[in-house]
Design a protein around this ligand. Structure first.
Ligand SMILES: *[C@@H]1O[C@H](CO)[C@@H](O)[C@H](O)[C@H]1NC(C)=O
Ligand SMILES: *[C@@H]1O[C@H](CO)[C@@H](O)[C@H](O)[C@H]1NC(C)=O
Ligand SMILES: *[C@@H]1O[C@H](CO)[C@@H](O)[C@H](O)[C@H]1NC(C)=O
Length: 204
């Protein structure tokens, strides 16, 4: 969803007087560590526009990974009821099983309706049960480890730090992107590899 976050969350963000400094770079990075082009990607696992945007970006990155560093950040949207819970599982995988993060993200993109619709009828223990089961299916990470992480406040705080990282850079929704630290609003609408080609082609 590309609409602006609600005023209450902006107020909440401003009310936090000190910006927590992440103890390591936020997100999960693909591609060269040293390059002239770093694309920061802000996705919500249950945002349908993020899911629709990923295949074209992935195709572009795959063809251009020799020079393009891509960093995917989790930005849970406040108006998706289970976005923060799915995001906590995602952050657990990002931090502890980074090589499995893409599998987790793609699985969630392909099964969004489960967490957008079916999940409305679940209680918290059912939610955690489904999340841990689906994370195991997507990544092979044992059920009990994801379940424990959902009950561990560490990942709750950590995802909040990711969220504040994004908002402090002016990110207001998903999918949104920064190139070399500069927000590129037009890219929020990209769903075709040719659009990424044209955008990067226009830089030279
Ligand atoms: C970055 O661009 C500069 C100027 O074109 C070039 O000299 C340098 O090799 C590039 N660095 C990388 C890592 O590609
Ligand atoms: C990205 O990769 C494709 C396929 O190799 C290539 O045709 C294209 O020129 C590359 N794009 C840029 C902007 O370098
Ligand atoms: C929560 O997770 C952190 C980071 O993995 C770990 O150090 C800590 O022991 C965990 N806490 C509990 C109660 O499992």
């Amino acid at each position: 969803m590309k609409v602006l976050i609600s005023a209450i969350f902006i107020v909440a963000a401003i009310a936090q007087q000190t910006q927590p400094i992440p103890t390591m770079p936020d997100g999960y990075a693909y591609g060269p560590a040293t390059t002239n082009y770093t694309l920061d990607v802000f996705y919500d696992h249950v945002c349908t526009d993020s899911a629709a945007a990923y295949p074209a970006l992935n195709a572009f990155w795959t063809s251009n990974q020799s020079w393009l560093r891509m960093v995917i950040h989790i930005y849970p949207l406040p108006y998706h009821y289970y976005s923060f819970d799915v995001g906590r599982a995602g952050r657990f995988i990002q931090l502890n099983y980074p090589a499995q993060f893409t599998n987790f993200m793609v699985w969630m993109f392909n099964h969004q309706s489960k967490y957008l619709d079916a999940a409305q009828a679940w209680d918290q223990s059912q939610l955690y049960n489904y999340l841990a089961t689906d994370t195991q299916t997507a990544t092979g990470v044992p059920f009990s480890l994801t379940e424990n992480s959902l009950n561990n406040i560490t990942y709750n705080y950590d995802l909040r730090i990711s969220w504040k990282y994004a908002t402090s850079h002016g990110i207001t929704g998903t999918p949104q992107y920064m190139l070399n630290g500069i927000w590129i609003p037009a890219a929020a609408d990209f769903t075709q590899e040719a659009q990424w080609e044209a955008f990067f082609g226009s830089l030279n």
